[in-house]
Write a protein that binds this ligand. Structure first.
Ligand code: ZN
Length: 122
C-alpha cells in the first residue's frame, strides 16, 4: 500500500479513535492502571437528596451505559490495533489469506482485519 493511502487511513482511524474515546467517557471510565479496561459509570448522583426513585433511575442508567460500553469497547480496541498495525507495517493485510485488503473495504471500515472474501459475518 502506498504511503499516502496509509496516511489517509491513519487519519480516519485517529478521528474515529477520538470520537469513540469521547463516547466511552460519557458512559464509563478507564482503569488508570489498565487504560484498555473500561467500566461503566452511572451519571452524576446527588447522594444527599437522592430518593429511591432517583437511585433506581441511576441504576437503570448504569445498566444502559454498560450495554453502550460493551458495544464501544471492541470498536475502540479494533481501531487501536489497526493503528498498531500501521506502526508495525502490517496494516491492510488480510489476517487469513495474507493478501492485501480491498481499498473499498478499508474505506468503509478502516479497522478491518480481513479482505472481503474472509470477512466474518456477525
Ligand atoms: Zn483474505
Amino acid at each position: 500500500m502506498h504511503k499516502k493511502d496509509i496516511q489517509h487511513f491513519k487519519d480516519k482511524l485517529l478521528k474515529e479513535k477520538t470520537i469513540l474515546e469521547e463516547e466511552l467517557k460519557t458512559v464509563g471510565q478507564s482503569n488508570p492502571e489498565h487504560p484498555e479496561d473500561w467500566s461503566a459509570t452511572p451519571g452524576e448522583i446527588d447522594t444527599d437528596s437522592a430518593d429511591d426513585n432517583e437511585v433506581a433511575d441511576k441504576f437503570e442508567e448504569l445498566e444502559e451505559n454498560k450495554v453502550i460500553l460493551n458495544k464501544l469497547e471492541p470498536q475502540f480496541n479494533d481501531v487501536k490495533s489497526a493503528l498498531e498495525r500501521i506502526e508495525n507495517g502490517t496494516y491492510g493485510i488480510c489476517e487469513i489469506s495474507g493478501e492485501e485488503i480491498e481499498k473499498e473495504r478499508l474505506e468503509a471500515n478502516p479497522s478491518a482485519r480481513t479482505c472481503l472474501k474472509h470477512m466474518q459475518t456477525k
